[in-house]
Design a protein around this ligand. Structure first.
Ligand code: GLN
Length: 295
């Protein structure tokens, strides 16, 4: 099967993502992976409609949302991320309880840095007047959490979801943080707007519509998985030999996944490391296969 992956190309590091996607697809092909991938820049609704999955790159979320609004892309993006394919969700017996765990088959979307901000249901530290969010992840992000551009940094990340098979050495992932957000709160799974968030000062929320139907409601009901944490200052100090008790320190959440929607605070696209792109393409392939099997 050929899977079409779009990269939102309104602003920011979209070319870098495309480069890594092509390299990741090359690696999968050489390993005999069955699906093939087609990559495309997305600047309008017609291009978005062709896509099975989407990446929203790092850059400047305020600019991106402004250009998306001007291009008439904001609502179609919300449809893509949050309400795709009514009618194709399906229940899976989870074997343990008397509940069905509903798989989410919104179209797979990955946001990096500014992309994560746009995919959040709530963002604080926004400029006056705010910015439009797409939403899809029930989280609140704190923009520019680590400070300004000059406070950018790189940190070796331990990301448990990366399969060691994709990287024989399983080195820490080079996390590049540039005016990066962190997930400061996991929000309740709500159908519609995060009203509690809307009441907060200097916070913007995604104008999520109430679920259109039963299917859309199920699509919103999967929980948020924490996929990566940046150890805090105490853990760093302990790692350098300081005598501090870092056991209770939680660290900053820098990667999350809710159903098919994935977000990272950092910029894998600005490194030569293709591991996360390889992992994500496999996730997309699985999601598309599940959808096709149940349509
Ligand atoms: N702080 C930027 C924003 O608010 C994101 C920075 C980035 O993507 N490197 O959009």
């Amino acid at each position: 099967m050929t899977i079409t992956i779009g990269v939102l190309a309104l602003q920011g590091a979209f070319l870098e993502h495309l480069n890594l996607l092509k390299r990741a697809a090359g690696q999968l092909k050489s390993q005999g992976f069955e699906d093939t991938f087609d990559f495309t820049e997305v600047r309008n609704v017609q291009q978005l409609e062709r896509c099975d999955a989407l990446i929203i790159p790092g850059g400047e979320s305020t600019t991106m949302s402004l250009v998306a609004a001007q291009s008439g892309l904001l609502e179609p993006l919300r449809e893509f991320v949050k309400y795709a394919n009514p009618g194709s969700n399906h229940g899976i017996w989870n074997g343990k309880t008397d509940l069905f765990a509903f798989r989410v088959d919104r179209k797979p979307t990955w946001g990096t840095c500014a992309g994560l901000i746009l995919l959040s249901e709530s963002a604080n530290a926004t400029k006056k007047g705010g910015q439009d969010l797409i939403g899809g992840l029930d989280v609140r992000v704190n923009r520019n959490h680590f400070g300004r551009q000059v406070e950018s940094f790189q940190a070796g990340l331990d990301l448990p979801f990366l399969n060691p098979k994709d990287s024989p050495s399983n080195e820490p992932f080079p996390g590049i943080f540039i005016r990066a957000p962190v997930v400061e709160k996991i929000l309740p799974n709500l159908d519609g707007i995060q009203e509690g968030e809307r009441a907060k000062a200097e916070t913007v929320v995604a104008p999520s519509k109430p679920a259109k139907d039963d299917q859309a409601q199920r699509a919103r009901s999967s929980h948020v998985d924490i996929m990566g944490v940046l150890p805090g200052r105490l853990k760093k100090a302990a790692g350098m030999g300081a005598e501090v008790n870092a056991d209770e320190e939680a660290g900053d959440i820098i990667a999350v996944k809710q159903g098919n929607v994935f977000g990272t605070s950092f910029h894998p696209e600005l490194t030569p490391d293709i591991r996360i792109h390889v992992w994500w393409l496999k996730q997309v392939s699985e999601a598309v296969a599940t959808k096709t099997a149940t349509c």
